[in-house]
Design a protein around this ligand. Structure first.
Ligand SMILES: [Zn+2]
Length: 665
């Protein structure tokens, strides 16, 4: 028996969640070949919860925003709801039926639940391409966090009770998931699941360790799984594979070294050799089929491999499907060949995303020049997948936030670049969803419009402000698709008249009047942070500490503010320093929420002087709740500062050389 509990007035809002839970359960039972172990399963929508969900056995708690899914809910919130339900329900087996022996194996619970949550979402809704989304969000989060010297191995030694909360992080969830994905892709899903089923049977109603899972998978596959995975779970970090290509001989020379955001590792930091499945494809093989992929693995520091098709291949690419957890550094010549292949549409979206993701990271860490990526932007723009555009948007935003405070000229030039990319796309796609559009086009449209507005496109800004004004006056006639609700709110506050700030506050407080779904009520709250007026920013932060806003939602307000424009992070930092005691009292000195807030407040700075100032400010504070988060965030700030200093002249010249073509400045 499967039920959802909610206040009686909200019963209609959870119909989709209940239907989803039933479908997910059927999939889980089929995958595990193990009946749900309890006589009932209840899902409960609770107004306040530190995590998104909590998998108590047979009584799973969710934040309301994860279960209240109505026809007005945005597509990506619906997608997230399906994933979170699948994640929490899989814990009924992985976590509850079999529990990790101690917190140092937390990744067994969370990495696996994340993998199966995505796997089942992909089975239920293949049109969402959920693994492509994983490639640009969760996998990136894991790779990014694990590029820091202050990261930790997946199997982590727990220092004390305050430490437990902190390891519920992107390493545990997403690196864990990415490793499971890499391994299951290599073993094949059938053999992998055979091992998982044996593991559940062997350890039901008991505890287990990482070693137990490897043993079960070894029995099922005949592969030396423990040997393959040892370096991945016991050591911090992951490798970058540098490729020396010899197209004439049709061979590649490969070398793996540890990848760090802050540049080349020392000999001491570079002792680990990983098992790296190559997933090599080339122009000579059809990339559509995994049977054409070279599945050899690099198991030493150096290795070589033949390009499929030998010297006739025009291009090659490693890490097919982004299945492996590593970055690839190609030569400039190899990148040029790939750029042509991308323009010709010869690569699948997920592989284009892999190249782009790696380039963005390698630019930040100094393996390649920022201008090498800027040179390729045109090729990437020819890709139609929203995931590619999302990464392009992140890259431009990151370039902007790092350069904006340093140079008025470059601030405007970077915005112009963003405008020249996103405004035509937004215009081409328009504001209306057409019946024939699938979910991927809907996502691309929903990304392009706010990006174009952020970059200053006057037509889109004016239109969004008008839509907002109409909606405010006439709540019965919403003049835009619900997927645009959050964007319209944000644009209206950032670029519209000052009174829009108070209007979104009203919408947040009286969401019924405007018939807002739960996610759009939160969007109204977040939009308050998008103001460019310093007084209103301060007012918003005070509001976030009032009893109008739940503690769990304070980080939403701060998260929107920190990236809404290049000056807001400084206002936020001043407010945070002045009000630190109140924030601590509100969230609790040991809460995970406090750690999240600290990470968000300081994470977007980009100068060494700010890193020093922040470090000095926290020196006499009690930092137990975020003694992992703080050094990680500071390391990011210093990485950005180094990025700027390394590439500033190069980037300036690149933009200056294109000044002739700029007419809209
Ligand atoms: Zn979980």
């Amino acid at each position: 028996m499967c039920r959802v509990y909610t206040p009686a007035a909200d019963i209609e809002k959870v119909r989709f969640s209940l239907e989803t839970a039933v479908r997910v359960l059927e999939h889980l039972v089929a995958m595990f070949q193990y009946e749900y172990p309890l006589p009932k399963l209840d899902l409960v929508a609770v107004p306040e919860l530190e995590a998104g969900g909590m998998e108590n056995w047979g009584l799973v708690l969710f934040r309301t925003v994860r279960l209240f899914i109505t026809p007005q809910t945005s597509l990506w919130i619906r997608q997230k709801a399906v994933y979170v339900i699948a994640h929490e329900l899989s814990h009924q087996w992985f976590g509850n039926l079999v529990t990790m022996a101690w917190w140092d194996d937390l990744w067994l619970n969370e990495g696996f639940a994340t993998w199966i949550g995505i796997y089942i979402t992909d089975q239920l809704y293949p049109e969402w391409k959920r693994w492509d989304h994983f490639a640009i969000e969760d996998r990136q989060a894991a790779l990014s966090a694990d590029s820091l010297r202050s990261s930790h191995p997946i199997q982590v030694t727990i220092k004390g009770s305050a430490d437990i909360d902190q390891v519920f992080d992107s390493i545990t969830y997403y690196k864990g998931c990415a490793l499971i994905r890499m391994l299951s892709a290599f073993l094949g899903i059938e053999q992998f699941m055979t091992g998982v089923r044996a593991y559940l049977r062997a350890h039901e109603y008991s505890t287990a360790t990482t070693r137990d899972l490897w043993s079960a998978l070894e029995c099922a596959s005949g592969q030396d799984v423990a040997q393959m995975m040892h370096s991945w779970t016991t050591h911090v970090g992951y490798p970058v594979v540098t490729v020396d290509d010899d197209f004439v001989k049709g061979r590649l020379l490969l070398r793996q070294t540890r990848y760090l955001h802050s540049g080349r590792p020392t000999a001491e930091e570079d002792r680990v050799v990983w098992w790296v499945p190559l997933g090599l494809i080339s122009s000579a093989t059809a990339a559509e089929s995994s049977s054409c992929v070279v599945h050899e693995a690099l198991t030493n520091r150096n290795g070589s491999v033949e390009i499929p098709g030998g010297s006739t291949a025009r291009w090659f690419k490693l890490n097919y499907d982004n299945a492996g957890l590593y970055r690839v550094c190609y030569s400039r010549a190899a990148l040029q060949h790939l750029a042509c292949a991308i323009k010709q549409g010869e690569l699948r979206t997920v592989d284009v995303v892999g190249i782009l993701n790696d380039m963005v990271a390698l630019v930040t860490s100094g393996y390649i020049r920022t201008t090498a990526l800027l040179d390729m932007i045109e090729s990437f723009q020819s890709a139609s997948g929203y995931v590619v555009w999302q990464i392009l948007g992140y890259f431009i935003e990151s370039l902007y936030l790092t350069w904006a405070n340093r140079s008025d000229y470059l601030r405007e030039r970077i915005r112009y670049l963003a405008r020249s990319m996103f405004a035509p796309k937004a215009k081409e796609l328009g504001w209306k969803h057409r019946a024939e559009d699938g979910p991927l086009v809907a996502r691309l449209r929903a990304i392009s419009i706010p990006r174009a507005a952020w970059a200053g496109d006057p037509n889109i800004i004016a239109h969004a402000c008008k839509l907002f004004a109409d909606f405010y006056e006439h709540p019965e006639n919403k003049p835009f698709h619900h997927d645009f609700t959050a964007s319209v709110f944000e644009i209206a506050v950032r670029s519209g008249p000052p009174e829009n700030h108070d209007r979104v506050r009203q919408m947040y407080e009286r969401s019924h009047h405007w018939h807002l779904s739960e996610d759009h009520r939160m969007a109204a709250l977040g939009a308050m942070s998008c103001t460019r007026d310093e007084k209103l920013m301060w007012q918003t932060l005070e509001y976030a500490l009032s009893d109008k806003v739940l503690s769990q939602d304070l980080n939403i307000v701060i998260g929107f503010m920190v990236s809404s424009n290049y000056e807001s992070k400084h206002v936020l930092w001043r407010w945070f320093c002045e009000n630190y005691q109140r924030v601590v009292e509100r969230l609790g000195e040991c809460s995970a929420l406090l750690g999240h807030v600290v990470g968000t407040v300081i994470g977007e700075f980009a100068t060494a002087s700010m890193a020093n100032e922040i470090e000095a400010w926290f020196a006499d504070k009690h930092t137990a709740a975020f003694d992992r988060t703080l050094p990680q965030s500071l390391e990011f700030v210093r990485v950005r500062a180094a990025w700027y200093h390394r590439d500033k002249d190069d980037v300036l010249k690149w933009f200056q050389s294109r000044d002739d073509s700029v007419s809209l400045l």
